[in-house]
Ligand binder design. Structure first.
Ligand code: FAD
Length: 636
């Protein structure tokens, strides 16, 4: 991490000095962004906007304080990559349970009321991500975000005990969304506050009031599935209690075991009955004793002695999706002002552990776009892409989840009765393995659009598919010979990155790399020149980095063009962290790992949410200019 740019400061570099008094409890009359709901979706957005003190962001929550227990727990590899951008992935990795292998259990063929292990597989295929798939309580994920918010330049604290009542959208005006908020704490009970916002984002969960105010519904399967979930400390002789395990019993149902952080805690997901249309699980009076009894029956002949129940819940879930994620109803004549994200616009079963992950990616997609528009870097048209991009992802997830849920819920086929219905356990295991990339969150691919280039130059870097997340690989930083991951320079700071993969250079930047840097530095057509405000650091909007294919000892940092050794901050200090070299070992060489054309090199354009926006030849200046022109506004 880089710090001391604008002068030496002692203490924790992750904490931005407080330049304004701590926020008062009162809501201001106007805000730029009002976020409704402190679940993982809302907190991802607030954490991202906390990097921008000039954007007035507030986040409200109806509960009286932070979440302490329960709810989702699976953190996919792709989400870990995003957490790296927020700076807390190492803390999370230390605390979390790592899902290394998964085991599959089925009824014994000789004794159907006993379960036996059917198989055991690696959870995440090698090389899919530099991060593991982990399990950690959603509440801890919230805590990490709350730290980022509190310590960021905008110092955002949630405003608790405030419930959104309704909102209205005016057709014009600077702050066209008027929101009414009720205070629900004892001291202020019944008081109603009114706030006007430029943008409102409803991250208020499956029963979203923001969605209701827009007149939208979650559409999809009306047959709701009820789930029981419990986090327990237990004693058992079931051998895979510290592995993620799916267990299908012959006629007692199925259970998903998720070992939890800390080495002792275990989560059981128990599928309960299907609910009638509009029926609520709360009315069925399911008790935790019943959950324990069902789990025990499924595990037979293994024993289960529950010593403590840390948390339990029953909840219903359907596979449902909203038609639009913003208030325009896909009307191209209007610009979006209100958005919904996370469970507010899509719900699905917890079996594949996707709810929290996909939800956080929604707001990671929206955050930088809101920032760009509010800071006048991009035209508001950019905001339309949020609903288009993220709704398609949720649709894919729901299609997947429907299939996965069907496989999970079906009784296992009885091999002694070939006519019996049900799923072959081997088929279920194979399906699980085949879908590994999807559940890791790395299969999202945005189609060509305003923000995503056409793939005509894809062959220059086949391993960086346009529209997919930038798949990081190791490199060596030239100036200090440190082995780092290139993708980790993409922080949650709203900047675009241009990664220049150099053609052969032999100790000094090649003519093409020099010419490209010259274009980016001097040409009036350069996106760096056009979109960087006059007195800002040269990398404040578009951050240019280079990767050479030759060994790092062959280059001298002082031979770099000024764009790659920029002078920054109030002292004009040199930034030595723009230049990298590939590792020489082919197995860990970024050019080989990602299929980068060594003869021609390329430029990989990466969005602020870590997705590859475009691949261009080193000298495709006009194409680069016209790509950024599509959504950026020149700064004068
Ligand atoms: P949420 O996490 O639901 O957050 C929404 C927030 O908005 C809440 O804090 C809520 O209090 C607040 N809010 C709602 N309405 C208002 C309002 N009008 N004004 C102000 N604030 C408001 N997923 C799993 O994968 N595994 C599980 O075991 C699991 N268990 C769950 C148990 C429960 C009880 C719930 C509610 C959800 C569970 N989920 C589970 C789903 C998972 O937690 C969500 O997919 C994930 O949290 C999505 O995050 P979100 O931020 O979109 O919504």
């Amino acid at each position: 991490m880089q710090y001391h740019l604008n002068g030496f400061r002692a203490g924790d570099p992750q904490i931005t000095e407080i330049s304004e008094p701590p926020r008062s409890e009162a809501l201001p009359e106007t805000v730029d962004v009002l976020i409704v709901g402190c679940g993982p979706t809302g907190l991802t957005l607030a954490a991202q906007l906390a990097a921008f003190p000039d954007i007035k962001t507030r986040i409200i929550e109806q509960k009286s304080g932070r979440l302490l227990l329960g709810q989702a727990d699976g953190v996919a590899c792709r989400t870990m990559e995003m957490f790296e951008a927020f700076g807390f992935v190492e803390r999370l990795m230390k605390e979390a349970y790592w899902v290394n292998e998964v085991s599959f259990w089925k009824p014994s063929e000789t004794q159907r009321d006993h379960i036996v292990r059917n198989g055991r597989v690696q959870d995440v295929e090698d090389g899919l991500s530099e991060f593991p798939h982990v399990i950690l309580n959603q509440a801890r994920v919230h805590d990490f975000y709350l730290d980022v918010m509190r310590n960021g330049p905008a110092h955002i604290e949630p405003l608790y005990s405030r419930r959104l009542l309704d909102l209205k959208i005016a057709l014009e005006g600077d702050h066209p969304v008027t929101v009414r908020i009720e205070r629900v704490d004892e001291a202020h009970k019944g008081e109603v506050e009114t706030v006007s916002a430029r943008f409102v984002v409803g991250t208020d969960g499956a029963r979203s009031k923001v969605r209701e105010a827009l007149g939208y519904e979650l559409k999809g399967d009306s047959a709701n599935q009820a789930w029981g979930v419990m986090d327990v400390l237990c004693v058992t002789d079931f051998p895979d209690i510290r592995l993620k395990a799916t267990i299908h019993s012959a006629d007692q149902g199925s259970v998903l075991i998720i070992p939890r952080e800390g080495g002792y805690l275990v989560r059981f997901y128990i599928e309960l009955d299907k609910l009638a249309a509009n029926e609520r699980i709360a009315n069925r009076n399911v008790t935790v004793e019943r959950l324990v009894a069902v789990a025990r029956n499924i595990l037979h002949p293994y024993t289960l002695e529950v010593k403590e129940i840390a948390w339990w819940s029953v909840y219903e879930i359907g596979q449902r999706l909203c038609d639009s994620y913003d208030d325009t109803r896909n009307d191209v004549a209007r610009l979006p002002r209100v958005f919904i994200a996370g469970d507010a616009c899509h719900t699905h079963s917890p079996k594949a552990g996707q709810g929290m992950n996909v939800s956080m990616q929604d707001s990671f997609n929206l955050g930088w776009k809101l920032m760009s528009v509010l800071r006048g870097r991009s035209s508001p048209e950019l905001l339309r892409s949020y609903s288009i991009e993220r709704r398609a992802v949720a649709q894919d997830l729901i299609d997947f989840d429907r299939e996965f849920a069907k496989m999970f819920s079906a009784a296992p086929r009885d091999p002694s009765n070939p006519q019996s219905d049900g799923v072959d356990p081997v088929e279920f295991q194979n399906y699980f393995v085949r879908q590994g990339r999807f559940t890791a969150g790395v299969e999202t691919r945005y189609p060509p659009s305003l923000l995503t280039g056409e793939p005509q130059h894809q062959q220059l870097a086949k391993g960086f598919p346009i529209g997919m997340r930038f798949h990081s690989a190791p490199v060596i930083r030239l100036a200090d010979a440190k082995r780092v991951h290139l993708g980790h320079v993409v922080k949650a700071d709203g900047r675009f990155r241009l990664f220049i993969f150099a053609d052969p250079c032999r100790g000094v930047p090649s003519a093409r790399v020099r010419a490209l840097c010259q274009f980016l530095t001097d040409s009036p057509q350069s996106p760096v020149k056009r979109y960087t405000p006059p007195n800002a650091d040269v990398d404040s909007i578009i951050d240019v980095r280079v990767v050479f294919q030759e060994g790092h000892r062959e280059f001298n940092p002082e031979d770099m063009p000024p764009l790659l050794l920029p002078r920054k901050g109030r002292y004009g200090l040199k930034d030595y962290e723009k230049v990298f070299c590939a590792e020489l070992n082919s197995a860990t060489n970024i050019f080989d790992m990602r299929g980068v054309d060594r003869e021609r090199g390329c430029v990989t354009v990466v969005r602020a949410d870590q997705y590859v926006a475009h691949i261009l030849p080193l000298d495709a200046y006009a194409e680069m200019t016209s790509f950024f022109e599509r959504f950026m506004l020149p700064q004068t």
